[in-house]
Design a protein around this ligand. Structure first.
Ligand code: PFF
Length: 456
């Protein structure tokens, strides 16, 4: 089957699809919240280090496994190390991506819901006085904690995913990414220009760009590393699955650097948007206002409400967030679809249905776990939060760790070199650095974040 595997048609398409996977809720809402909690500019510098020094090498090891094995997340390990148990790493990545998808889809549904309610006027009915965030907390409780509305919007998002995934790798994923990623960047730039004209933009920029190292602690490094992994979609088989669709002449180092840089750029531009807004509207006094869900679904609507044309800005923002989420959910789903298609030898149609249909049930459970079923808890967390915790803090780093050990230690020395030089057809000056990072630096650092976040 693997010889019939789909291929991305163009360089632009494969970059757009991989960037589309990386750029998601992690950049738009998680990054500003984590940066705020960890002191702003000092965090930003450490984050840059984590993305470029660690993120790129780990990304390279996933690319190498996927393109070298030329199969799904399990099949690639099996092909490269037959008869061993390394394929369990791929299984772990597939499980992680599927579980993440079951709650990520719910949040994606909220973005569509907020987009529509920005347009219809439910969010901005003109009766909300400035500075009254209770109204927005109430609206959020209806829109994301209710029994019906959030579930219906999750279903709508699932159907949108189904339609794109059914069209396949080229006509679905690649074409969608080619259209939506440029739209996302244009929207981001429009917001940046707008934010830089806000009354206290300079104060916001100072917080984001002028480092205060007295605020840096060990946990700042852990937060930066965790955020870099989440944002770059590392450790869940996504990059590995996509790399199996890369042609043999794709330059892996250049692709990894481009993807990491664009992913970083989106997070950076979000900082340029959020911090001026937060300072200008005096919202930094309340740390709660900047936590992930509250930041996006309470604080930002409050900001939009105090601007001219709130409907327009709010609709554009939730459209941007929706695009970021959609291109990521598609890539999370493709990990399992690729497996089902290869292993069960099913048609694309059947494979997509086998993967997506159960999500109607799993996502509904996740959605209800925030409202009606919030008293069902696992180790004191709702089902939604427990899944987020286990996948981000345990499964994702474990899978990334094993991917590095596999490429750095299990595979023969020339495996990575051959992938980085496109089977010895070009030179790769970065090879020794990347190899050393994959062998020594990355495993030690990943183990450190894992242990410290588990022992917290
Ligand atoms: N990288 C994407 C994001 O930042 O939202 C998609 C994603 C990757 C989501 C990893 C969740 C995750 F754990």
């Amino acid at each position: 089957m693997s010889s019939e595997k789909a291929k991305f048609g163009t360089k632009m398409g494969l970059i757009a699809a991989t960037v589309g996977s990386a750029v998601g809720l992690g950049n738009v809402w998680r990054f500003p919240a984590v940066a705020q909690q960890n002191g702003g500019a000092a965090f930003l510098l450490i984050y840059i280090g984590c993305v470029f020094l660690l993120g790129i090498p780990v990304m390279m090891s996933e690319f190498a496994i996927g393109r070298g094995g030329h199969s799904n997340a399990i099949g690639s390990f099996r092909k490269l190390a037959p008869g061993s148990l390394w394929w369990v790493t791929g299984l772990l990545g597939i499980l992680a991506s599927y579980l993440i998808l079951s709650y990520y889809m719910v949040v994606s549904g909220w973005t569509m819901e907020y987009f529509v309610h920005s347009v219809t006027g439910f969010l901005y009915d003109g009766h909300t006085p400035a500075g009254d965030n209770a109204v927005y907390v109430d609206k959020m409780n209806t829109l994301i904690r209710g029994d019906v509305q959030p579930v219906v919007w999750t279903f709508i998002m699932l159907i949108l995913n189904l339609v794109i995934l059914l069209k396949g790798v080229n006509k679905g994923i690649e074409r969608m990414s080619n259209i939506l990623m440029p739209v996302l960047f244009v929207l981001l730039l429009a917001f940046c220009i707008f934010a830089l004209h806000m009354p206290k933009a300079a104060d916001g920029l100072e917080f984001f760009l002028k480092p205060d190292f007295s605020k840096v602690t060990g946990s700042t490094f852990i937060a930066a590393l965790g955020q870099a992994f989440y944002s770059l979609s590392l450790g869940m088989g996504i990059l590995l699955t996509f790399a199996a669709y890369y042609p043999q002449d794709t330059k892996l180092t250049r692709t990894a650097t481009t993807v990491a840089s664009l992913d970083f750029l989106v997070a950076f531009l979000m900082g340029i948007i959020i911090f001026p807004a937060v300072k200008s509207f005096g919202l930094d006094a309340d740390p709660e206002a900047l936590q992930g869900t509250t930041l996006v679904f309470v604080t930002l609507p409050e900001v939009f409400n105090q601007m001219p044309l709130p409907h327009l800005w709010s609709a554009l923002f939730f459209l941007l967030l929706g695009i970021a989420a959609l291109t990521s959910t598609i890539s999370l789903a493709e990990v399992s679809i690729s497996l089902v298609q290869d292993r069960l030898k099913l048609t694309r149609l059947k494979s997509v249905l086998v993967v997506v249909l159960p999500l109607f049930v799993l996502s509904s459970i996740n959605s209800l776990s925030l409202g009606r079923w919030s008293d069902i808890t696992i180790f004191g967390k709702t089902i939604f939060d427990a899944l987020d915790y286990v996948t981000s803090n345990v499964m994702l780093p474990l899978c990334a760790l094993f991917a590095c050990l596999f490429v750095g230690w299990r595979m023969k020395g020339d495996f990575l070199r051959r992938q980085m030089t496109n089977y010895d057809s070009m030179t790769s000056p970065m090879y020794p650095v990347i190899r050393a990072t994959i062998r020594y630096v990355a495993p030690v650092l990943i183990l450190t974040i894992m242990l410290s976040s588990l022992l917290k």
